[in-house]
Write a protein that binds this ligand. Structure first.
Ligand code: MG
Length: 368
């Protein structure tokens, strides 16, 4: 298959409600969509870089620059046997995994469409339905937080994750456990704590959480090794894992017991699958994290989540939780039992809506 051209579009999408974490408060997303023209089909990918470099060093601007000036020149006109050929062609560029994933995942979608099979099938996925959890941002009051949890549980979601930060941690967890003693509950700190906070983190052990996600620094593998030894609650790493080698190190050193896999953070589907397989061999369950994706990225996440070791509910949810109107048809919906049914049509299985995308595109570049 030949990669003829690549269309980059930056779309602006306003969130249904602001999303607050220990790093940032997001009200509107600036998302880059990558449309790869391969033979006679279009494959779609999404860049999950944020508006700021607060989650990781990339942002929307760096991703656009790297895609246009460094990644595309290595890919243009290339004859590929499979989408798995994309990653090695980009290896000379260090980092910039979210920019890489945007184009890499687009080529995977194209390959599946050329073969007339669903993307999940091409990847070797097995699930027909994926279990869904929700990620709840930091709220102003405990009552508001509890009301939000109640609403999400009523929608069927199987697991609740709440974002925490210093000063918004123990009382929050205490309140949710008091109101909902039996739910699957976890917290995500997005690197907001330091080693000195260990006594506080140890207090969280009392609340039988499924896991504490990324308590320490975004690149602090060593620190997580030290605190996992002291905590009963499993640590899940998110920000720390950008590569297969870092996943290998985290597992070998005992820095975590669970890994959150994000397509953008690890550079696309080939690397996500390698990390998935490595974790499976080492009895480390994985789940799919969210980056406030539009429907395109959401569809890619659904395909990835069909792999067998995605055994814990992920942060992949209904379109309506985030957007008044998504960019795909049909929109992603969640069943009353908190699952998403995996689409059976070729590629990502959802149709990008050209009219909707055009109406919110603020810049576009057709690279040939
Ligand atoms: Mg996280």
């Amino acid at each position: 298959m030949r990669l003829h051209s690549l269309t980059l579009r930056e779309i602006h999408l306003k969130l249904v409600a602001p999303f607050e974490t220990s790093m940032d408060r997001v009200t509107e997303r600036r998302i880059i969509l990558a449309e790869a023209h391969v033979d006679n089909v279009s494959g779609w990918g999404e860049c999950t870089a944020g508006e700021t470099p607060y989650y990781c060093p990339e942002d929307t601007e760096t991703a656009w620059h790297i895609l246009k000036n460094f990644l595309w020149p290595k890919l243009k006109g290339r004859e590929l046997h499979s989408a798995a050929d994309v990653w090695p062609l980009l290896e000379q560029v260090r980092g910039h995994n979210m920019a890489k994933a945007a184009v890499e995942t687009a080529v995977w979608d194209a390959e599946a469409k050329l073969k007339n099979i669903p993307l999940w099938n091409l990847l070797g996925g097995q699930r027909r339905e994926i279990p869904c959890g929700v990620s709840i941002g930091i709220k102003d009051s405990l009552d508001e937080l509890s009301a939000t949890v109640k609403k999400e549980l009523a929608s069927g979601y199987q697991r609740i994750k709440i974002k925490i930060k210093p000063g918004k941690d123990l009382p929050q967890v205490q309140r949710i456990r008091q109101d909902f003693p039996h739910i699957k509950l976890m917290v995500d700190a997005n690197s907001a704590y330091r080693h000195e906070d260990l006594p506080l983190l140890k207090q969280l052990d009392a609340f039988y959480l499924m896991m504490i996600e990324q308590p320490l620094g975004w690149d602090d593998l060593f620190g997580h090794v030290a605190i996992q030894k002291q905590l009963q609650t499993p640590i899940c790493l998110d920000e720390c894992i950008h590569t297969y080698e870092q996943a290998e190190a985290a597992i070998a050193l005992g820095a975590c017991k669970i890994i959150n896999v994000k397509l953008g953070r690890v550079g696309g589907l080939l690397q996500a699958k390698r990390i998935h397989d490595l974790c499976q061999q080492n009895n480390i369950p994985v789940w799919c994290g969210g980056m406030l994706e539009s429907g395109i990225g959401r569809a890619q996440n659904i395909a990835m989540s069909t792999l067998p070791n995605f055994s814990l509910p992920g942060d992949v949810t209904a379109s309506q939780r985030y957007w008044h109107e998504d960019v795909i048809s049909p929109e992603v919906t969640v069943t009353p039992s908190g699952t998403i049914r995996v689409p059976q049509s070729p590629g990502i299985g959802f149709l990008p809506r050209a009219d909707r995308i055009a109406s919110i595109t603020v810049r576009q570049d057709h690279l040939t």
